[in-house]
Design a protein around this ligand. Structure first.
Ligand code: ADP
Ligand code: MG
Length: 510
């Protein structure tokens, strides 16, 4: 049942739910909204191909293919490489051993990135932290160099660095940070080569590791999915991340790239993966839905006016949006939210997360979506732990209010995510192959394959269905083409994909 319907059933008698119903309407993202946004999205993608200053800035990756020849490489490819994934929340270190038959063995460790590492005056904190984690990983798994059969003349592990921030690449192992996103703020790193900064810290610890490639996380996701899919399956040409932040990568015809590119471009395939950096889509707010909560969230972010699309779709922001809405409801004493058995309003308790900006994880939205029980017991306990509110004062009606609001915010985010995916499908030009392709389509082959990674995409129930709803609302896709789009998770795709890129690059060079 849609949230508005559930709410209607309760609203007439309960002032709280009646208010919730109105708030949910504010977060509606209608089919008209999707169409308007998709139109503008395609326009901005096009602008990004013409100049570097566009808000969807379209960074060339210099990776020009996923399909041709690579299948063969994947079959015979063996070896171990390290993958490193610096996300907005977590740092993952992994080793990947390709077995050469579409399977791989992964060892992985994950730690949250400490706040004082994300926001700091100097680069040393971040890159020192990362290299320490690499050292601990090698020690813990007792990885020694004799296990690699890659290249005995080079006594080091090759490391692929999945870096989930806008970085300008002039080659496979150089990435100049353009700007921080997702709450990071280390001014010293901006305009610096993050591969060199990392390598210096690795060398200080005397680790046998060489940063061989920097990979955008969305591209890494494409690579890891490409490796695991059966060869009969359509190769993924679009990658999308919905984790702390969001970004998309897609295969673009070279002939459509009008801006100059500084690096060496391999013209042989006629295509190149472009990193859209779609998190900053519509920074000028001409088409995106906007509520007063979006505005408040933006004003208090580290980058007001920037990453406006990301602030509606990704994990770092969805929990905060929910917190802001709930705080408004709580502040109205008459609505009695979280006041069961409380005769008078308690003074704000400084330990309660309801008052703390950025304290709420997006996982509460997934719990709210998943709990379909009558008593909403699981959600009540999640509300209690998330907002640090005693569970006795959370009524069933309170939990329902949170569920409906979480659904409205999550659904809007996921439909906008679908709008982004649909827009790059339109921009990629693949739809022009539809009539020919649809006749030839058989079995597992789809028109286009989309690889997805990130905790929001992985854990939010029904995320893919909402994406598909939005795809159907885009006129160029509609009901007819949407079923021909395959979408698949590439779990841990970013870290594993970075290691795979290293192995593929090493193998192609031999
Ligand atoms: P990273 O961005 O560091 O690669 P993830 O892909 O794991 O990391 O994404 C982390 C983000 O996902 C956080 O912002 C967090 O709020 C959100 N998140 C974590 N667990 C869940 C969940 N169960 N449902 C929805 N969002 C989640
Ligand atoms: Mg990630």
């Amino acid at each position: 049942m849609a949230s508005s319907e559930i709410c209607n059933a309760y609203a007439t008698s309960a002032p709280l739910l009646s208010r919730v119903q109105k708030l949910c309407q504010e977060f509606e993202c209608t089919n008209d909204d999707v169409r308007r946004c998709a139109n503008e999205f395609v326009h901005e993608l096009e602008l990004g191909l013409h100049g570097r200053t566009a808000s969807v800035c379209q960074i060339p990756t210099y990776v020009t293919q996923v399909a041709t020849g690579r299948e063969k490489v994947f079959i015979i490819l063996k070896g171990i490489a390290l993958g490193l994934d610096l996300g907005g929340t977590n740092l993952r270190v992994c080793s990947v051993e390709l077995k050469g038959d579409s399977t791989f063995r992964v060892l992985q460790s994950q730690v949250p990135v400490p706040r004082d590492v994300m926001v700091s005056k100097t680069s040393k904190g971040l890159f020192g932290f990362i290299s320490q984690r690499i050292g601990l990983f090698l020690e813990h798994h007792q990885l020694s160099l004799n296990v690699t059969d890659m290249d005995p003349s080079h006594p080091y592990f090759a490391l692929g660095f999945s870096f989930s921030f806008p970085a300008y690449q002039a080659g496979i192992n150089s990435g100049i940070l353009l700007r921080w996103t997702k709450g990071y703020d280390i001014p010293e790193v901006v305009n610096q080569d993050v591969c060199m900064l990392l390598q210096s810290e690795i060398d200080l610890l005397k680790l046998p590791v060489k940063v061989t490639a920097i990979v955008n996380d969305a591209l890494g996701t494409i690579m890891s999915r490409a490796y695991t899919l059966p060869l009969t399956h359509t190769r993924p040409t679009i990658g999308a991340i919905f984790g702390t932040g969001t970004n998309g990568v897609y295969l673009q015809n070279l002939s459509g790239i009008a801006k100059p590119m500084d690096g060496m471009v391999d013209q042989s395939t006629g295509t190149m993966f472009m990193s859209t950096e779609w998190g900053s889509f519509d920074n000028k707010l001409s088409v995106l839905p906007v509520t007063r909560f979006d505005i408040e969230l933006d004003v208090h972010s580290v980058n007001p006016g920037d990453q406006i699309f990301e602030k509606r779709t990704s994990g770092m922001f969805l929990g905060e949006l929910l917190r802001l809405v709930i705080l408004e409801l709580y502040s109205d004493e008459h609505l009695r939210l979280f006041r069961e058995r409380c005769q008078s309003a308690p003074d704000p308790d400084p330990s309660v997360s309801l008052w703390h900006r950025w304290s709420v994880d997006a996982s509460i939205l997934s719990t709210a979506e998943a709990d379909d029980s009558d008593t909403l017991e699981t959600l009540r306990s999640k509300i209690s732990s998330t907002f640090r509110i005693a569970s006795e004062i959370i009524s069933a009606e309170d939990a329902l209010a949170v569920k409906l609001l979480a659904n409205a915010i999550g659904r809007r985010g996921a439909r906008l995510a679908g709008t982004a995916v649909g827009s790059v499908i339109v921009q990629s030009g693949i739809l022009s192959q539809y009539s020919i392709q649809s006749n030839a389509t058989s079995g597992a082959r789809s028109l286009v394959d989309v690889a997805i990674d990130g905790s929001v995409a992985e854990h939010y129930p029904g995320f893919e269905n909402y994406i598909r709803d939005a795809l159907r609302a885009i006129p160029q896709i509609g009901d007819e083409i949407e079923p021909h789009i395959s979408i698949g998770q590439a779990k841990d795709g970013s870290s594993v994909g970075a290691a795979i890129v290293v192995l593929v690059a090493a193998h192609q060079g031999t």
